[in-house]
Design a protein around this ligand. Structure first.
Ligand code: ADP
Length: 259
């Protein structure tokens, strides 16, 4: 029957065409994983059906952040089944594909193959996948860009110059590949002393917002440097799942990403 194939193709394309949001940073340790986990949860709280992919082969931290450390995903019909988490955001991690504590020293093609297994897993009804990328601009990023074509990228940086220079390189990679940069999140901005309340800026102030303006990409907001964020993350209880002020900062970022 004429037309049926087109419908089938369109449906398949639709199923595969989840909105992939890549979360990237120029260097490690700037809070990219923390932002990914909390962004995924905040988007889910805003009504999206969200899955989380931990593609950071150098330091997969989502199992810990999402409170599912040590659990291995199973495969069904040759597709991985994401792990359910307490936050309504199923997730899969590169860390789940190897033994715990084992160094992941994969060559490019292996890492690229693993990424594809994670992205093409059985994500069910998820309409959005948040992808926590490794820092920098390596093989995983290139596979993700060429093969999976994310709808957009969120760049995480501290306000510090060094992190910003590296973040600019990450932005450049997406721009050259024609992937829209959704915007920059400034993390570890402004530290409020828990004793006197005075706010200081260990990594400088406003750097990411100024860079966003200079580069002509949206600024998505500021996440404060806050011990509560670190301690909640360490026990697998991301602040975006709660109703505190820390969670509100992530909800604001999610609102802009969703817009
Ligand atoms: P990356 O993924 O960029 O390597 P992580 O998300 O793993 O960085 O964060 C590095 C460390 O900094 C973690 O211990 C995390 O809990 C902590 N951290 C991240 N963002 C914040 C923040 N806004 N306030 C306090 N600690 C943070």
């Amino acid at each position: 029957i004429p037309g049926i194939d087109e419908v089938r193709v369109a449906r398949t394309a639709q199923r595969v065409n989840r909105r992939l949001i890549a979360v990237a940073s120029g260097k490690g340790g700037v809070g990219k994983s923390t932002v990914s986990a909390n962004l995924a949860i905040a988007l889910a709280r805003a009504g999206r059906k969200v899955g989380l992919v931990d593609a950071d082969i150098y330091g997969p931290s989502q199992p810990k952040l999402m409170g599912v450390e040590g659990r291995k995903p199973v495969a069904h019909d040759k597709k991985l089944v994401p792990l359910a988490t307490a936050y309504g955001v199923p997730m899969l991690s590169m860390g789940g594909l190897v033994e715990e504590g084992q160094a992941i020293a994969w060559r490019g093609p292996m890492a690229a193959g693993a990424l594809t297994q994670l992205v093409d897993a059985n994500w069910g009804a998820a309409d959005t996948l948040v992808l926590d990328l490794p820092p920098g601009t390596g093989d995983v990023q290139l596979t993700m860009i060429q093969k999976h074509r994310p709808a957009g990228a969120v760049i995480v940086s501290t306000p510090q110059d060094l992190a910003l220079i590296d973040a600019t390189r990450a932005i450049d990679l997406f721009a050259k590949a024609g992937i829209p940069v959704i915007g920059i999140v400034e993390n570890m901005a402004g530290y409020a002393c828990p004793h006197c309340g005075e706010v200081s800026d260990p990594f400088g102030k406003g750097g990411a917002e100024a860079a966003a303006e200079r580069l002509g990409v949206p600024f998505l907001g500021r996440i404060p440097l806050d011990i509560a964020i670190r301690t909640a993350s360490d026990v697998g209880s991301p602040p975006a799942a709660g109703n505190g002020v820390e969670g509100a900062a992530f909800a604001e970022v999610a609102g802009k990403v969703n817009a």
